[in-house]
Design a protein around this ligand. Sequence first.
Ligand code: ADP
Length: 588
Amino acid sequence: MRQILRNFKVLMKQVWKIDRKYFFYLFLSFVSVGIFSYYTIKTPKIVLDMIEASEIDIFSLVIIFLILISSAFLLSYSKVLYTPVGNKIRYRYLLDILEHYIYIPYEDYDNPKIQSNIWKIMRPVLSTDGLQAFYTNIASLVGNVSVLLVSIGILFNIQIWISVLILIWFVVYTALSIKSADKVDEETNKNIQLKQDEWYLDDIAVDVAYGKEIRVFQLQRWLEDKLIALHNKLNILNKKNYKTSAIPEVLNDIFQFIRDNLIFIFLITMYFRNQVSIGEFASYSVLIIQLNNALMATSENSKQILSKHDSYAEMLEFVNTPKQSNEGKAIELKDNWIIEFDDVWFKYPENETWVYENLNFTIEKGKKIAIVGLNGVGKTTLLKLLLRLYKPTKGRITLNGIDIWDYKLDDYFDFFAPVFQEINIFPFTIRENICFGRDFTDEQIIQAIKDSGLTQDEMNDFDLDSTYMTRYLHPDGLNLSGGQEQKFVTARALASKRPIYILDEPTSALDAVAEYDFYYKLDELMKEQTILFVSHRLASTQFCDEIILIENKAIIEKGTHKELLEKGGRYSELFMIQAKYYKGREAI
Ligand code: ADP
């Protein structure tokens, strides 16, 4: 209960902040529904009494008609006013959740525990029966309470015991349905993995990224079987949940039947004993129907308002977690700067094994450094540490002697122009994809694209603002090959002109000729720039000032290509193996 009250306070504060007219709509609903309900009950009696007495008072009838029609209009209109408020707040929370996801420190974001919780956190805002229903039901409850007050007030005057009985059952039924709704919610949360699986599995069927494998490996049947198995499990869960919520419903149907018959028997007896007129009989019948409807609706409203609070609490807790802070020292770039890895140890939070033990090296302004090593030795991890996506477990990385984690995040990120291994092109225009929110001139954008090796033809005549980068959302958008996409993301980095270029396997999707061109151009273009790049192709590192070879959680060799070959150590061994391999391939 305490949790419900706590959520209630937060959710009401939110609506006050976002659209406080909502409370006026509630008031409007309360008053108009009350008036409408009162006159709906009273009118049959007034009209029938007039007919019985043969005294038709047209003026009173017109007034009643006007009251009925204007209150009916107001109550419908209040619904039109308050219903969108719930939707508005749902979208506000959705935005808040997504914003939190965007601002979550990468280290937490990359954590499976957070990722596997996405569906649960988003549950209240994904459909209209979560938070949106909460607000709509509060408004609707206010109207129904108004009907109840009017109806029970009138019924109290005729039969107190029936009224008490109805009220008692109403409380019991509402409590039972809330309990069952909570049980359903709890059961759904317990089976959250099923919902997560549904979320991902449905996506596999429609996401183009999986399209080729599904067809060529003929995964259709296999995927279908998985979907059917999942849907069967979801059906079982649904059935179980339905059974839980059906118990109070069935009990209520029985009670309603008894209650309505009792009241009718009672009214008929009163009529035959001449204790009520035919007009009163008609009015009380309307009252019973109205009371019945209002009670049902009130229970439903209460259920919607008082259940699912575990999910709301989880969502509210998530949106209250602090966003990544941008506090820290401003970076003042001097003519010279230096980044130092100072005895850095690192292991991923969920893992036992160290990726690095005692890593020491420096990146000086203007240097071109290649990080090489076999798959899985930790090359990308090193970039993540440098880019402040992960924090060293021990030791520190400094920029001009100050821990990189002490700088303002924005300032620090502005230091790097990264090209990540996974190519991500956003479904926006060419300009938006290159600029990423910054202002570059057309010339700057086009130059960067040309420098990356893409041609005017490939880039739709450099039509920067009406060419979209994806064909799936925009049918006449570009459809680039893997290699072209890799060049395009490089163009993005080139346009940004930041102090350090970070290139993680920037040529993995390029053919040999394009790879050669890429490095030739890079060497020519970036005489002054600092580049840190990761490659497993040792031949591509020859233009670098320094090559760092990683193996066994540390740097095992350091030097220029020539020096390392002359040394005849591990680098030279790996280089020979690769050279032989490539030669062999060429011979084929
Ligand atoms: P490389 O770039 O040299 O191929 P990585 O830096 O990607 O290697 O990975 C180094 C090691 O860290 C590998 O054993 C990999 O499985 C592990 N690893 C990479 N990313 C994560 C992660 N997010 N969580 C846990 N382990 C990871």
